[in-house]
Design a protein. Structure first.
Length: 302
């Protein structure tokens, strides 16, 4: 039974083209391929015709021409595994496909995380500010204001994520993302100003906060929820390569610390009568917040 291999001229052209791309042995494979094609040995029955038609069809595609020619020359005839020609052509599209997670899936997860953060910030800020004003608590009120800044920065980053396309490269810094990162940094500076002002007034006028069971319950819930949101958004920010998203995740860390500080101040005041622990706890966060604000502003100018 006569076995049909790809045409001799085609195989010679394939061998020369593959070696020309590598810059070595330009014409060394052509005679060997021609002799192999003329011998016609080593292919199983019923597969030679399919191999010939598949080779002509697949090698005509410009995107796959170079890779397929290399596999045809180096992986089949050079290694003398002609019996695997049909299997090779059937599996080539799978082998050459790049398996990466689509950017669209990451963007959907990032947008979901931002929508969740925005929803929680609305609830947290409204309850914390109301309970802080009622209890005259500097830390609880500052925690509510921090939630408002967190809401502002989350909306800015969410708007940026909604405008971001899947074709943008990882770590790319567009004009919109620079503006979002700068706004996050300024929001953190605004939080520092509020903490200094509110804590100074409380210490100067000896404003003793009252007991607030609502504030205690809110801060405990915030510790649990914000820890999950912080880790979730930080992971997505690293995978997306978004500096603005990462800066907003840093705001979540600030909110997490603020919840712990507010809870500690409320508990110390309620059970031990240490009224000054509330404003001092808020002042203790200024150094860390300042560093995050500086990083966000510097990233916007990078």
């Amino acid at each position: 039974m006569a076995l049909a291999f790809p045409e001799q001229g085609q195989l010679v052209a394939v061998g020369c083209r593959a070696r020309n791309r590598r810059g070595r042995h330009r014409n060394s494979l052509g005679p060997r391929l021609a002799s192999d094609a003329s011998n016609g040995s080593g292919c199983v029955d019923g597969c030679a015709t399919a191999a010939s038609s598949d080779s002509r069809r697949l090698l005509d595609r410009p995107r796959w021409r170079y890779l397929r020619s290399r596999q045809l020359v180096q992986g089949v005839w050079v290694r003398e595994h002609r019996q695997h020609v049909p299997r090779l052509f059937n599996l080539d599209p799978i082998r050459m496909s790049v398996q990466v997670q689509p950017a669209r899936s990451l963007l959907k997860q990032a947008r979901l995380a931002q929508w969740t953060t925005v929803g929680w910030m609305i609830i947290e800020g409204a309850v914390a500010i109301g309970a802080g004003i009622a209890a005259h608590s500097v830390a609880l009120t500052a925690f509510g204001v921090d939630s408002g800044i967190e809401l502002f920065s989350s909306v800015v980053v969410l708007r940026r994520l909604l405008q971001r396309s899947e074709s943008e490269e990882r770590g790319s810094m567009t004009g919109g993302e620079r503006s979002a990162t700068k706004l996050v940094g300024y929001a953190l500076y605004g939080l520092i100003a509020y903490i200094v002002l509110s804590a100074g007034v409380a210490l100067m006028f000896r404003l003793e906060p009252a007991a607030s069971p609502v504030g205690i319950a809110l801060t405990i819930a915030s510790l649990l929820i914000m820890s999950v949101l912080w880790r979730w958004r930080l992971t997505l920010a690293d995978r997306l390569g978004s500096p603005a998203f990462r800066g907003d995740a840093a705001c979540s860390m600030v909110c997490l610390y603020m919840a712990g500080v507010a809870l500690a101040g409320l508990l110390l005041n309620q059970f031990f009568g240490l009224w000054w622990a509330d404003p001092l706890a808020g002042l203790a966060l200024i150094w860390w917040i300042r560093g995050e604000a500086r990083e966000a502003v510097e990233a916007s100018h990078a």
